[in-house]
Design a protein around this ligand. Structure first.
Ligand code: F6R
Length: 606
């Protein structure tokens, strides 16, 4: 997730902006840049790949009191210097956090009109659009440009024609204004300004802000003034990086209301029931000819892959296998040119998954990577790459990166099903409209967080846990167990519920809580039987069930409700519940949640 900063005041702009950008490093980034207006009225622009310290190395001493800065987390275009922000057109420079969905069509029009592009980013389109509509009034130009844009943005704009003002705007990406003494700040997040001021204003969607040395004015997109409340921030700098959450993992669980939306942005076309993946690298004919899908991944990404198997087989009728990358690389896989090999990895750097992709490449089949990190090794090694756009994840335990992987798999399954005529437009439209409701459903689950915490506390002192599910809920049982064991160190097993009687039932006693993933659907009666089976062994049962399910309450000790959605989409909601259950159990046991023992975020060794 990019970080943006703007400064105007008596201070030395370059130092303050660099310092503020460093406070946003926790958001993750791959390049950084800065634009300043020096005291002679000239614009100075510097950008560099990699760390902010690389940018500092090339930044000369410039006396300036106004500027904008950016740390980029790539979404469109590789993480290289030319794609770093700020982007400029004429005298206008801007920094952007978000995604311009319709940038391709806007770019085509601008190219026809003679605008030259020097990057592969969606953001550069915005710079040219503002320039195009500029006739002396920067506010009007920005407002007009934003009227043509679909997507999300937090922006800071600088023009040497207006050396006493910065303009900021927001839609669906975070933006705050820091209010100082004869100085003011624009930032993506509070840590950036906390060293200088505790007074902030939160900017809302469709607001445009004029930031001068001694004034802040907020307008709506029609240019009408808006009154805003000032807030005093009492967080210490460390708490501020976590936006007040006690751990990055909890913050990232909460971010899923937005990350799931970002994953879908610009990819759903409900009217036609189609899904668009510009980056897929497969023609409709190639999709029609897929004979088998082979998914390779590790850990949580493997669990996402298992869910993918159910989706590709159920929706698109394509036989799908899922293998642990560490096993696949030493097996004798039967891969033909008709096999599509899909590698799922949030980091894009997992050694086993990379080796498995190399192995697959040997068979001359198509390899498709699904990853969260633009420019990661897998994106260079696979034939094509889809980015999950979850934003950087700091907690070692995957949470938002998992739900975004899963959402990409839903979209791919719908796309393949439409191309292969196994799903009609009505069904695709209905699924897409339910998908669009998922961020709202996640919000509802988060509002019920306290009851999940209460349940976690009740069972936190146990030595063993079981998670059971059937069919499409089975991968969530595996994921629930994995999440719990890695951050709370409680032994946990994920099982296909029908398998219990083939061995593990011997372990079920009154001391073993069992989490049953049991939303209504075609295996509901079966999981109810499994619940009765473990209740008969005196186990305590926690059911993850539909909100309106009154029946299940009769058989279990606790219900963790999820909002009603299409049966096939419910695993996304159940996964948020198991994440919170694991989190609050680990919190109660005082574990090192963001950095569990022996584990790393990026497993780059075999
Ligand atoms: C668990 C977790 C790990 C990773 C695994 C693969 O919460 O994060 O199990 O899923 O190490 O990592 P990636 O997805 O980066 O290949």
């Amino acid at each position: 997730m990019c970080g943006i900063v703007g400064y105007i005041g008596n201070g030395e702009a370059s130092q303050i902006i660099i310092n503020s950008l460093k406070k946003l490093e926790y958001r993750g980034y791959d390049s950084a840049g800065i634009a300043l207006i020096d005291d002679n009225g000239n614009t100075a622009l510097y950008k560099e790949e990699g760390e902010i310290s690389n940018l500092e190395l090339i930044l000369p001493a410039i006396t300036s009191h106004i500027g904008i800065g950016h740390t980029r987390w790539a979404t469109h275009g590789k993480p290289i210097t030319k794609n770093a922000h700020p982007h400029s057109s004429g005298n206008i420079s801007l920094v952007h956090n978000g995604i311009i969905e319709n940038y391709m069509e806007l770019k085509e029009e601008l190219v026809l009109e003679g605008y030259e592009f020097s990057s592969d980013t969606d953001t550069e389109v915005l710079a040219h659009l503002v320039k195009k509509y500029y006739t002396g009034d920067l506010h009007t130009a920005l407002r007009t440009a934003l009227g043509y844009v679909h997507g999300s943005y937090a922006l800071a704009v600088l023009s040497k024609d207006h050396p006493d003002e910065l303009i900021a705007a927001r839609k669906d990406s975070p933006l705050i204004i820091g209010m100082g003494d004869h100085e003011n700040f624009i930032a993506s997040d509070i840590p950036a300004v906390l060293e200088y001021t505790k007074r902030v204003i939160y900017i809302d969607n469709f607001e445009l802000v004029s930031v001068k040395q001694d004034s802040i004015q907020v307008f709506d997109l029609e240019g009408n003034h808006k009154k805003k409340e000032e807030h005093i921030i009492e967080w210490d700098p460390e708490a501020a990086e976590k936006a007040g959450y006690s751990h990055f993992m909890l913050k990232e669980i909460h971010e899923q209301t937005n990350s799931i939306h970002e994953t879908m942005l610009g990819r759903l076309h409900e009217l036609e029931g189609d899904v668009i993946f510009d980056e897929l690298g497969l023609s409709r004919a190639q999709i029609s000819q897929i004979q088998r899908i082979e998914i390779i991944a590790c850990g949580t990404s493997y669990n996402a892959g298992l869910l993918g198997k159910y989706l590709f087989e159920k929706l698109a009728g394509i036989h799908t296998d899922v293998d642990s990358a560490s096993e696949f690389r030493y097996s004798s896989p039967v891969i033909t040119p008709g096999t599509l090999v899909m590698a799922i990895t949030q980091s894009g750097e997992t050694a086993d998954t990379l080796a498995a992709v190399h192995e697959a490449t040997y068979y001359e089949c198509k390899t498709l990577a699904i990853t969260n990190v633009v420019g990661s090794t897998i994106s260079r090694d696979a034939s094509s790459t889809i980015y999950t756009r979850a934003g950087p994840e700091i907690g070692v335990a995957a949470s938002k990166s998992f739900t975004s992987q899963v959402v990409v798999l839903y979209l791919l399954a719908i796309l393949f099903a439409r191309v292969r005529y196994t799903m009609d437009a009505d069904k695709a439209q209905q699924l897409q409209s339910e998908l669009r409701k998922i961020p709202g459903h996640v919000r509802q689950i988060l509002e019920n967080e306290r009851s999940i915490q209460k349940c976690a506390l009740k069972f936190a002192k146990t030595n063993d846990y079981f998670f059971i599910g059937r069919n499409i809920n089975y991968p969530i049982a595996l994921e629930g167990a994995l999440k719990l064991k890695e951050i709370s160190y409680i032994h946990a097993e994920g099982y296909a519920a029908g398998e219990l009687k083939h061995g593990p039932l011997a372990l079920i006693t009154k001391d073993v809580p069992v989490v049953a993933i049991a939303p209504q659907g075609h295996t509901y009666d079966k999981i109810l039987s499994n619940i009765k089976e473990v209740k008969a062994r005196d186990a305590s049962v926690i059911a993850i069930a539909d909100m309106d399910d009154t029946e299940i309450k009769k058989y279990v000790d606790a219900v963790l409700p999820i909002p009603k959605t299409d049966e096939i989409l419910s695993p996304i909601l159940s996964s948020v519940v198991v994440q919170l259950l694991a989190y609050y159990t680990a919190l109660e046991l005082n574990c090192s949640i963001d950095k569990p023992r022996n584990l790393a975020k990026s497993v780059t060794v075999e």
